[in-house]
Design a protein around this ligand. Structure first.
Ligand code: NAD
Length: 479
């Protein structure tokens, strides 16, 4: 008998318990060798005052099993509650979110019968770091962090995934025409790592036209790799155009851990009615079976699921009298899949996941870090101030420390001094750019002290560096 693999299971909120019961029923009937540990997450835990929706004792199970099959949860709005999904992804280092988006034509209505794409989304960085501050009465900031190792890992994952799954093309999407440094780095890493995968076709899209193309011509894509926020948005667009959000499964993987779930949420509007489609979670569980090396069971379950769909046995969300033969609830759908275990679909192409190692994708190590020469050449000092740019420049001039020049004043990223445009709206958030040559940090500190003495309240300092002589900062619009 196959040794049982320990996994952690959370039944979640809303339709979560119903779709999890159906999924586990199918998995055990198919002979999955699972040793299930249950944990509680979500609404009930939040209501006990635990702000991230998961108790300390649950981490212990997750760290032991390293495999998490998770139902959706209801995230409380506002009130300082943290997203459980973001917490778990970060705590377990789940850097890649993989979302296959497939059309099930002609059994599920879609405008794109040939659509079969996979979104590989970076899961830990970007604006999802949630580093936000209110710096003045009028201005808040949200910091976008993109790292070279983070970009390298996700881009490599996308190429390795493509190779391992017989995919032909990887498309990178970002917005480096605007975010030249952050998205520019992501794009540059894609081009650099892509050279190691000459067998895979490669292309790049600016995210806005890329998203439009997914909505209008999704069949043109194969594997898409992108940053966290863009990936979140395009995967909802992509799964929606396949026909139903109830059909999307997803996995979040890192070097040690894997979390498997449906794309959709807890659907409180249909909770307790026994009508939810368990397919999203089941497709997530199939990804899990492959991850833990129980590929033959994954093959058996997936083929039985395809057969059920093509036999027209459909839950309400995809039921269409013209295409379906029977409208069923969650339990009867699971029963229909179980009855078909061992059968193959006649119209869909049957899947065969082979034997599998249970080791997941192994990525080559990160490229060695080449140390660059970093020099301090200035500082952007941000002020909370109200008034006219020329008056501000006049107040700053007498405070200048030896070795520093006031280069530019910008407001919300637009140059307003010298020679600003009179029509530019100025908020209470000002950026003073001071430049010098090979500075010591104490010079910046002296400048801060002088500004403070002159009654100019700074809210933040951003040091400006060159790396091997290349500027590590952008210029203001209009500069
Ligand atoms: P949702 O995905 O729960 O529901 C959107 C619509 O799709 C609803 O009409 C719902 O009935 C339908 N639907 C969703 N899954 C279905 C299924 N399996 N079968 C049939 N119909 C289905 O999105 P929402 O209403 O925006 O969010 C509800 C809650 O879920 C919120 O608290 C949200 O924060 C949470 N959420 C959780 C996760 C997660 O835990 N991974 C993901 C997304 C949303």
């Amino acid at each position: 008998m196959t040794k049982k693999t320990p996994i952690t299971v959370a039944h979640g909120d809303g339709i979560g318990p119903e779709i999890m019961a159906a999924t586990l029923d199918i998995l055990t009937s198919a002979g999955a060798a699972l040793d299930i540990e249950e944990i509680e997450i979500g609404k009930a835990v939040y209501e006990r005052g635990i702000m991230n929706g998961i108790e300390d004792k649950s981490w212990e199970s997750l760290h032991r099993t390293k495999v998490f099959l998770k139902s959706p949860i209801t995230t409380p709005q506002g009130g300082g509650f943290k997203s459980l999904n973001v917490t778990v992804r970060k705590a377990l280092g789940l850097f890649a979110n993989v979302r296959p988006c497939v059309a099930y034509h002609p059994y599920v209505k879609t405008n794109f019968p040939d659509m079969d794409l996979v979104i590989v989304r970076e899961n830990e960085e970007d604006l999802y770091a949630g580093i936000e501050h209110r710096q003045t009465q009028d201005v808040v900031q949200s910091i976008k962090l993109i790292s070279r190792p983070g970009s390298e890992r996700i881009v490599r994952y996308a190429f390795e995934y493509a190779r391992a799954n017989g995919r032909k093309k990887v498309t990178c999407m970002a917005k480096d025409n605007i975010m030249k440094m952050a998205d520019g780095l992501f794009h540059a890493v894609f081009d650099e790592i892509g050279k190691e995968y000459p067998d895979i076709e490669q292309e790049f899209y600016i995210i806005d036209i890329g998203t439009a193309r997914i909505a209008a011509r999704p069949s043109a894509f194969d594997v898409i790799v992108t940053e966290n926020l863009y990936g979140d948005i395009i995967s909802d667009v992509a799964v929606e155009v396949t026909g139903s959000v109830g059909l999307g499964g997803s996995c979040n993987v890192g070097t040690d851990f894997g979390m498997f779930e449906a794309v959709h949420g807890s659907a409180p509007d249909i909770a307790g009615k026994g009508i939810a489609n368990p397919s999203g979670l089941l497709l997530g569980a199939i990804l899990m079976l492959n991850h833990i090396g129980q590929n033959p069971v994954a093959t058996k379950v997936h083929n039985a699921w395809y057969k059920t769909i093509e036999d027209g046995i459909h839950t309400g969300d995809i039921y269409d009298p013209a295409l379906s033969t029977q409208k069923v609830g969650t339990k009867d759908f699971a029963k229909a899949v179980i009855e078909r275990l061992g059968e193959k679909p006649a119209k869909f192409t049957p899947v065969d996941y082979g034997q599998g190692s249970g080791k997941g994708l192994t990525l080559p190590p990160l490229k060695p870090r080449v140390t660059e020469k970093k020099l301090l050449v200035g500082a952007d000092i941000f002020l909370d101030w109200n008034g006219k740019p020329d008056d501000l420049a006049a107040q700053i001039k007498p405070t200048l420390v030896k070795g520093l020049d006031l280069n530019v004043i910008a407001n919300r990223g637009v140059k307003v001094w010298p020679n600003g445009q009179p029509g530019t709206f100025c908020s209470d958030h000002w950026c003073l750019r001071f430049m010098g040559d090979n500075l010591a940090p104490v010079t910046i500190m002296q400048q801060l002290a002088n500004l403070e003495k002159a009654g100019l309240a700074f809210v933040k300092v951003e040091n400006l560096y060159t790396f091997d002589g290349k500027k590590g900062f952008t210029v203001a619009q209009g500069e």
